[in-house]
Design a protein around this ligand. Structure first.
Ligand SMILES: NC(=O)c1ccc[n+]([C@@H]2O[C@H](COP(=O)([O-])OP(=O)(O)OC[C@H]3O[C@@H](n4cnc5c(N)ncnc54)[C@H](OP(=O)(O)O)[C@@H]3O)[C@@H](O)[C@H]2O)c1
Length: 157
């Protein structure tokens, strides 16, 4: 089963210039705790934005090229989805925009940290999705650095 996990702004902003827009400690903690011990799947650009491999997780990078340092590299995304979509194991898709878009229709859960702020200079966005097709559960609401946020788990009906 695939679960997408992301932090997004009011207009589904994800990133700018290859980097994150929002840096909330609570969100990072939630991300770490939720994905720890699992497989995490990311696009090559997100991989390059990280300081290194994410600890305690199997790092799988999607790219048409070989990626040094990753635990696994996937070039055929269709084949990967076909082989993994029906497993009970929760596999986390951690971005970026391109990869969320490709996995959205195959994902059971979306864990979204929805930040009550926008950024006109964002260049990467989380894909639009129809909320009426999901049930939602608020995991946490909070405020950090004057930013209000809600962590919401959407589960496909
Ligand atoms: N807010 C958040 O929660 C969050 C989370 C993650 C990332 N981000 C942000 O998102 C931005 C990066 O997102 P992005 O959309 O530009 O890039 P991305 O999705 O991270 O990576 C795109 C790359 O993945 C590979 N790829 C994608 N689809 C593929 C396919 N079907 N087959 C083979 N390879 C495929 C390609 O690599 P090759 O070119 O090597 O073939 C492609 O260039 C950054 O700003 C990052 O900080 C935000």
């Amino acid at each position: 089963m695939f679960s997408l996990i992301a932090a997004i702004g009011k207009n589904r902003e994800l990133g700018r210039g290859g980097e994150l827009i929002f840096h909330l400690k609570d969100d990072m903690k939630f991300f770490r705790e939720t994905t720890s011990g699992h497989k995490v799947v990311m696009g090559r650009k997100t991989w390059e934005s990280l300081p290194g491999k994410l600890k305690n997780r199997t790092n799988i990078v999607i790219s048409r090229h070989n990626i040094e340092g990753a635990d696994d590299c996937v070039s055929d995304i269709t084949d990967f989805i076909e082989k993994n979509k029906d497993t009970d194991e929760e596999i986390f898709i951690i971005g970026g925009g391109m990869v969320y878009f490709e996995f959205l229709k195959h994902a059971k859960n979306l864990y979204l940290t929805e930040v009550d702020a926008s950024d006109d200079s964002a260049d990467t966005f989380f894909p639009a999705f129809d909320k009426s097709k999901y049930s939602s559960e608020i995991i946490k609401k909070g405020s950090e650095d004057d930013l209000n946020y809600s962590i919401i788990k959407y589960t496909k009906n």
